[in-house]
Design a binder for this molecule. Sequence first.
Ligand code: ZN
Length: 271
Amino acid sequence: MSNLIYLSVLFLFFIGTFFGSFFNVVADRLKSGEAIVKGRSHCEFCKKNLEWEDLVPLLSFLILRGKCRYCHKRINYYYPLSEIITGILFSAVFIFIFYPGIQTSFLNPPYLKIISLLYYLFITGSFIIVFLEDLKYGIISDKIVLPAILISFIYLAINPQFFILNLISAAGSFLFFFILFLFTGGKGMGFGDVKLAFLLGLVLGFPKIIISLYLAFLTGAFIGLILILWRKKASIKDTIPFGPFLVTGSIISLFLGDLIVTRIMVFLGLL
Ligand SMILES: [Zn+2]
């Protein structure tokens, strides 16, 4: 039995590296307006079509020593990094669903675990695309966020014990960001962040959405400060995309949120 679990974790890591590679392409193509599934991948510098041996996640990058086979320009580190991170997160989703106890909002009957697995792989994938797209281009595309909201509603309909609470969390998180959006005049935060906030509330529910937003604002402020001190020319007007922080906070909260909440309650003497 445990061998089967090891194999599954390894398998999801392997699948994850391929998806990580694909998510990068999706983020780029959403920006450029190219069809997402049509057309071959090409080098962003010399535009030469890439062969399958250039596209094996991680291995191609290592074998080619991080350079394009044809024009020898450096391949962006986004590629190997998102491949590794997607691999790790995909195996983490599996581990957290099949070793319950830390996470309560996964579906519990064993035959429904597979639906949980598919849903959280889909959500993790959407988060990674949002992360990459916002980091690279400062955009959070509706084409990712709106389908993820729809799928989350379907998942909550199958798992109705969390429906009301997660819907209220989504509305609260949406409202909070909408007010921020109004007060900053859309400069500090785009409306994409507001829609993303709704999705995050829907996925995480209460109180995990609070943990997620707290981590996002904390790390956002910290990294923002470092960037401002580092390159001194940077002023307050230079916007740092907030989506990557929201996504990172949410992924941490998704996996560890219940554990963090329990620890806080024990610390406060409430448990
Ligand atoms: Zn090239």
